[in-house]
Write a protein that binds this ligand. Sequence first.
Ligand code: CMP
Length: 475
Amino acid sequence: MAASQSNKQTRVVAFVFATLLVALLVYLYAKLFGQQMGGGELAKFAKIPFVALWALLAYLGIRFLNAAIFDFAFRLRRGYEAPTLVRNIFTLIAFTALFVVIFKIQYPEVNLGALFTTSAIFGVIIGLALQDTLGNFFAGISLHADRPFQVGDVIVVGQQKYTGVVESISWRAIKIRTFQNHIVLVSNSLAAREAIEVAPRDNLNARLVFFSTIYTDSPAKTIHVVREAVRDADNVSDKITPIVRIRGLGDSSTDWEIKYWLDDYAKYNDTDALVRQRVWYALRRNGLTFAFPTRTVYLERNIPVRPVTAEDQIADRLSAVDIFSPLSPDELRQLAKATAGHVFAPGETLIRAGEEGSSMFVVHSGRVAVQVADRAGPRTVAVLSEGNFFGEMALFTGEPRTANVVAMEETEVLEIGHQAMKHIFDTNPSLAEAISWTIAERQADLAKGSAESPQTSLHETAGLLASIKRFFGLH
Ligand code: CMP
């Protein structure tokens, strides 16, 4: 800061000094050669350095005026710096006008207008020489008028995909600082012809980062784990929560994309890298796996095999279900064998009210909501979690399903069919009674919402028990 201040002072002193020097030279020249310049052939040539000195003085004067108008007055009134292009146009026009005036005073006999209009050669030369320059110049004017981007924005220009932060826009080119800290000058005419992608500095710009997981990894878990890992990374905006979604199902992997928004878009390379790093650690911590090319080989054997551990786990889960507590370990294992596991995504419907149903379910992991349709929309009557069961009403009474059951998160359920239950009832007749109590209670709960009586009476339970026994052919 201090260095730039002293630099500025040196430049001002040099400027004043140069101006004074040139003014002195003009004065001395006029004094010394004033006589010769009065007339005759010689005078025409003697005037050339004089005109040059005047032109130099005029140029310095315009520089001073330029600084006074744009550095001082413009900034004071508008509050921001004037565009370089506007300053350059001002300098060019003012200097041309002053030069014409100086020239006219020194060479009154020369008709400048005629010189410009009649000289076809001059026109052709100027036209050819300035073709590109004029193209850039006018493209620059339209860029300034349009203001499609500003200094500090990140842009990507044209097919070459020049990418970087805009440093300046002059009458000739746009100066971009690339992410390798190189400077690229894109001529205005090229920029006017090509498509430009702009990420404005004052905009919430997003990025996409990709990764893949193996097919056995749970989508709901992956979404949760990755989103939480990414959202608090440096430079990831907290204004919008990152989105994690499946981009496609590849040959060997579930392919994912993370969409996140940045506070400072110019740092997207670093932030992309940080996001990938976060994903790596998060997957590792949560037992999720990055995918690599794999083949699944299915081996068929004559004896159906089921991993022992899985069966034991299921038997464990069933033993925690209150209605199955009277069952012996052996009976539990038998029942576990007869179950089928199903996984549901958050929001998926497991059971629809009114449908036929011939099985019940135990929640192995996750949570489900039991919902009934109301005038105001779906009403949740109960939330069931690990170890709870549902679907028993239709199974034991033969009536249609009484409610919708919807997964609230990723949920695994164990399905138990009619046949397996009948087998258990045969050896444990007390089970039917326990279940009939639960059913009666739930029926009462459902009735609470409607106009029917909310009481669970012994009489009703007895009726239920009888109908269960009848349904399963028990005595
Ligand atoms: P079913 O009628 O077969 O299908 C919907 C299931 O929702 C039902 O069996 C019960 O298992 C369950 N259900 C209905 N009402 C309730 C309630 N009040 N509390 C818990 N579960 C219920």
